[in-house]
Design a protein around this ligand. Structure first.
Ligand code: SPQ
Length: 428
């Protein structure tokens, strides 16, 4: 696909629904008792993998084009799938399901595409094993396919997490809510808390104090109506585009601003971006963001910030190529086990366009500002790398050819159309 240099971005955009929350809404709907109605569900490939997985486990899920209705019958309402379940590219689906399915009393096999089948599952399987779960994977990192031999009893866990990961934490929570007794989990750093929030929303009990979580089981959850806010991780690409392209001014509507996800806003504020956060909707933790073009300064990003912006680091790296000075990103080794090794993918693809960027053991060093040139680049099958490269093309000096552009559909099927709607409102 050929990407052209950008005209100023203007106008308004309703960014698509949050991927992390959409996955969890289906999961909680399936294990709760009664109907769950999901408004503004993200119909992207990853979330459809979660829908497909629960349908295979006997859960009725209806989509009338407006809302998704999940008929929950509790954990005990799940039934064995007749065949192994393909969860595509979705790390969230496979990892959370391992905890959720660890006490079914039946066996389930989950597998994914080439990228997912190379992502480590030991980080989830090891703590679940301590709880009495029996889960098999292959090789030393326990790669998919994984087979979950659902048990009849699980033990609670007292666990200090080794990685700052919402997926690992959520898998443990889905097992802990079924185990008899109180589990105690200490996070390495605070990661996105949508699972904890939803346990409460679906009538469950959980106590969270800083990095410490206590949860007792077994608990019975009750279905509810849920509205998914817009995804700040999708909004990030437009925030970056409007910041970088001269004379831009846009409004992004209904963007989720849960504080465990807003690291990018804090970093961009420090870099000198012009982002105004307005009209806060308390119930959905969502805001409108007004973004104008700005000149950026380099920064440093590390520590507790990393899990709060982990998926935004490729686009932050691009922004840093246009910022004055040297940006240093560290403590971000988790990027190596995403859909691609996102440290290598970001460095190698942006270097093709002339960026002054290098990989370190746990992050990136970027010198700017550096002009970006026309080139042929590839998403490598990673949606976030594909979207980052579309934004890079807006500030390049000539056309950029993006290979494997279809990967954006994993989280954002209408991404290229939404980008051109903001670019074309100037008439160019
Ligand atoms: O679901 P998947 O494939 O792992 O998706 C990614 C993404 O970029 O969309 C990561 F590659 O998001 C993860 C995120 O990085 C979604 C997520 C969640 O919903 O719990 C948590 C993060 O992963 P982790 O491993 O840090 O917990």
């Amino acid at each position: 696909m050929e990407l052209k240099k950008g005209a100023p971005l203007t106008g308004e955009l309703m960014v698509p629904a949050d991927k992390s929350i959409s996955h969890r809404a289906v999961m909680f709907g399936a294990i709760s008792h009664g109907k769950t109605i999901i408004k503004n569900f993200l119909r992207a490939q990853d979330c459809m993998s979660t829908v497909h997985a629960f349908e295979s486990l006997g859960v009725s899920i209806e989509d009338d084009g407006q809302v998704i209705t999940v008929e929950g019958k509790g954990f005990e309402g799940l039934s064995p799938s007749t065949e192994p379940i393909n969860v595509g590219n979705s790390g969230t689906t496979i990892r959370l399901l391992m905890g959720l399915l660890s006490k079914t009393g039946f066996e389930t096999t989950l597998f994914g595409d080439d990228s997912l089948n190379k992502r480590p599952m030991d980080r989830v399987i090891d703590p679940l094993k301590e709880m009495g779960a029996v889960i098999e994977g292959s090789g030393p990192s326990l790669f998919p396919p994984v087979t979950i031999k659902g048990q009849h009893v699980l033990k609670p866990i007292d666990h200090q997490m080794a990685v700052a990961s919402a997926q690992v934490k959520s898998a443990i929570l889905f097992a802990a809510i079924q185990a008899k007794g109180t589990s105690h989990i200490i996070e390495k750093e605070r990661s996105r808390n949508h699972t904890e929030e939803m346990i409460k929303q679906f009538g469950g009990e959980i106590s969270v104090s800083g990095k410490e979580i206590f949860i007792s089981g077994p608990q019975k959850l009750v279905g509810k109506e849920i509205t998914v806010p817009g995804d700040i991780s999708s909004a990030a690409f437009f925030i970056a585009a409007a910041t970088l392209v001269k004379d831009s001014s846009i409004t992004l509507k209904n963007v989720g601003v849960n504080p465990t996800r807003t690291g990018i806003l804090e970093v961009l504020d420090k870099m000198g971006a012009k982002i105004k956060v307005c009209s806060y909707d308390k119930i959905n933790q969502a805001c409108d963001l007004q973004v104008e073009a700005a000149n950026l300064l380099a920064t440093t990003i590390s520590g507790e910030l990393i899990p709060r912006l982990i998926d935004e680091l490729p686009i932050i790296a691009l922004l840093s190529t246009q910022a004055k000075g040297t940006t240093i990103i560290s403590d971000a080794q988790e990027l190596k086990v995403k859909e691609t090794n996102r440290i290598d993918a970001t460095v190698e693809e942006l270097k093709k366009m002339g960026a002054d960027i290098e990989a370190t053991e746990d992050g990136l060093i970027i010198h700017g500002p550096t002009p970006l040139h026309k080139a042929t680049v590839s998403s490598r099958g990673d949606h976030r790398i594909g979207m980052m490269l579309q934004v890079a093309a807006l500030v390049a000096d000539g056309p950029v050819i993006l290979q494997k552009s279809e990967a954006v559909a994993i989280s954002y099927p209408n991404f290229f159309n939404d980008m051109s709607s903001l670019l074309s409102e100037t008439g160019e």
